[in-house]
Write a new protein. Structure first.
Length: 261
């Protein structure tokens, strides 16, 4: 059974200052012309007296340091994806990863056109055969959830829709529900896809889990297995989301280890 583990950590800025400078545009300005200065003339001679010179509240527009900015900054997602220093950098397409038509259709419906850097690097490894264990680390919002969701949908056999084949663990029920929603959206064109939530209150005590994908919290999943409501004999994929946070917590970390065994 392949183990897919993801953690969250900030590893790189979105863009650096050199890249930002290249994206800054400034309206055309005429070069300033210096006025001739007579060495025998006092520096303040001939300067008109204005109210700004006697102001004491420091709020005048003419005071140094309070000049209105004329710079416009525009950063586009396409710029970030072409920037090799950005975690969103991408050079591949989802079609090149060999995903099924149903999964590709789901990605297009969600307007996902190019994989992010973590997806580009992780998916070929996670989709390869034989399956291998993997830890993926990237900052929030760079597509880790979509990466392991695509792997799960590619690994399961939808002809056995009532047999649990993938287990995804999350530290909270809210995150488990969020992951469940992502799986349903990406797999919206996959026939017979059933995703069940192994969280408190989602499964009746006399019911058995029949979904091919189960997303839950460690404690509830252990209880489901103990009560023989969750048959784990045919599991192919194990995902631990937010693994660093869960393993840091003694209770959740121990439960994850017990589930893996």
């Amino acid at each position: 059974m392949a183990q897919l583990t993801t953690t969250q950590a900030i590893i790189a800025p979105i863009f650096n200052m050199a890249d930002l400078a290249s994206r800054i545009t400034k309206p055309d300005e005429k070069p300033a012309t210096a006025a001739p200065v007579d060495a025998n003339t006092p520096a303040d001679a001939g300067a008109p007296s204005t109210a700004a010179e006697t102001s004491i509240d420091g709020a005048d527009e003419g005071l140094p340091g309070l000049v209105e900015s004329s710079y416009d900054v525009e950063v586009k997602l396409s710029d970030l994806q072409n920037d090799q220093a950005s975690p969103l950098y991408s050079v591949s397409t989802f079609e090149e990863l060999g995903l099924s038509k149903e999964i590709n259709d789901g990605l297009l419906a969600m307007n996902f056109k190019k994989p992010s850097k973590v997806q580009e690097r992780a998916l070929p490894l996670m989709l390869g055969n034989p399956p291998r264990n993997m830890i993926a680390q990237s900052q929030s919002g760079t597509g880790k959830t979509a990466a392991f969701v695509l792997t799960v949908l590619s690994r399961i056999d939808l002809a056995q829709a009532d047999t649990p084949q993938a287990l995804l663990l999350a530290p909270t029920r809210e995150l488990a529900r969020q992951i469940q929603g992502v799986i349903n959206k990406v797999g919206q064109f996959c026939e017979n896809l059933v995703v069940e939530a192994g969280i408190p209150g989602a499964i009746a005590r006399d019911a058995r889990i029949k979904g091919s994908v189960v997303v839950g919290t460690p404690g509830t999943v252990i209880d489901l297995i103990r009560r023989k409501q969750f048959d784990t004999r045919h599991l192919k994929v194990l995902v631990i989301d937010e693994a660093d946070n869960m393993l840091d917590q003694q209770g959740l970390g121990d439960q994850c280890v017990r589930l893996k065994r």
